[in-house]
Ligand binder design. Structure first.
Ligand code: C2E
Ligand code: CA
Ligand code: CA
Ligand code: CA
Length: 281
């Protein structure tokens, strides 16, 4: 293919046009799917390395689509953002996550916090988000420290006083904040100093690229950066015991990944919690 033919070729790529069609069809289903409550959350363990305790879980959305079956967020989150539906969907998911967190809090003395992904549009709807979270905590009777919001490292946060205020207000409620996918994008390290976050979630690319022989990994620097800022460091995408041991050796606090547990139904997290509390007795 000619270099200057790339665009033309893409235009007629049948796979691509299939994807485009599928995308438009899904976009059209989104609003109704939210009305019909077709979205649900799975929960993935967040593990403290020093004792391998599950101290939290990340809530990850899935769509039970009436015709296409179960869809992962890679298929629809962008669409929800582009159409603005993410604010409504995100509100519903926050509601589900808080209710689930409350159930777990009733079950055990050391319940996991539930960490919910928040899109930048939800943050921009600052007053709305604050009201939603505040009302939910009251209504559900959830201790604020059992809720965490994950915000993606974004170039716009530092320069945007409105966003900063929203984050400060949310932190003021006692809700935890984590910076997601850290290291994957543009980061103005200076702004981290004043951001009211508790945790840096180190992007999984750094774990994936690490080899036992590697001398150039940025993982130790990222962990140190988190600690210098008095934040906890969580490494994402941990799939092997070697990776876990290495991360422990460099002082990484928390991990998340298939090695410790895949995203799973709330009921299977409940079973895990019941097993552990039985062991403690
Ligand atoms: P993320 O927030 O970075 O979530 C981590 C993703 O990595 C999840 O994919 C999870 O299933 C996957 N993962 C976890 N452990 C491993 C591992 O060991 N290896 C590998 N290869 N992958 C692992 P998932 O569930 O498909 O979610 C994809 C993205 O969709 C999320 O990335 C997040 O950006 C977005 N997302 C998910 N749920 C929500 C939500 O409720 N609201 C919003 N706004 N975005 C969401
Ligand atoms: Ca996340
Ligand atoms: Ca992430
Ligand atoms: Ca992500």
């Amino acid at each position: 293919a000619k270099a200057d033919g790339t665009n033309r070729w893409q235009l007629f790529d049948p796979a691509r046009s299939d994807r485009e069609i599928a995308k438009h069809a899904l976009a059209a289903d989104l609003a109704g799917g939210i009305d019909r409550d077709e979205f649900f959350l799975e929960y993935q363990p967040l593990v403290r390395l020093e004792d391998r305790a599950v101290i939290g879980v990340e809530a990850l959305v899935r769509w039970h689509h009436p015709r296409h079956g179960r869809l992962n967020p890679g298929r629809f989150i962008d669409l929800a953002e582009e159409s603005g539906q993410i604010v409504r969907l995100g509100g519903r998911l926050l509601d589900k996550a808080c209710r689930q967190a409350r159930e777990w809090a009733k079950l055990t003395d050391s319940p996991p916090y539930v960490s919910v992904n928040v899109a930048v549009q939800q943050l921009r709807d600052g007053a709305g988000l604050l009201r939603t979270v505040d009302n939910l905590l009251q209504e559900v009777g959830l201790a604020p420290e059992l809720l965490q919001l994950e915000i993606t490292e974004s170039a716009s946060i530092p320069d945007d006083p409105q966003l900063r205020r929203t984050l400060d207000d949310i932190a003021g409620l006692g809700v935890r904040l984590a910076l997601d996918d850290f290291g994957s994008g543009y980061s103005n390290l200076g702004y981290l100093q004043n951001l009211p976050v508790n945790q840096l979630k180190i992007d999984m690319q750094f774990v994936r690229d690490w080899k036992p022989s590697s001398t150039k990994s940025l993982l130790p620097s990222l962990v140190k950066l988190a600690h210098d800022l008095r934040l906890s460091a969580l490494a994402e995408g941990v799939e092997t015991s070697e990776q876990a041991e290495y991360l422990e050796s460099i002082g990484c606090d928390h991990v998340q990944g298939y090695y410790f547990g895949k995203p799973q139904a709330a009921s299977s997290i409940t079973s895990l919690l019941l097993e552990w509390s039985a062991e403690e007795i």
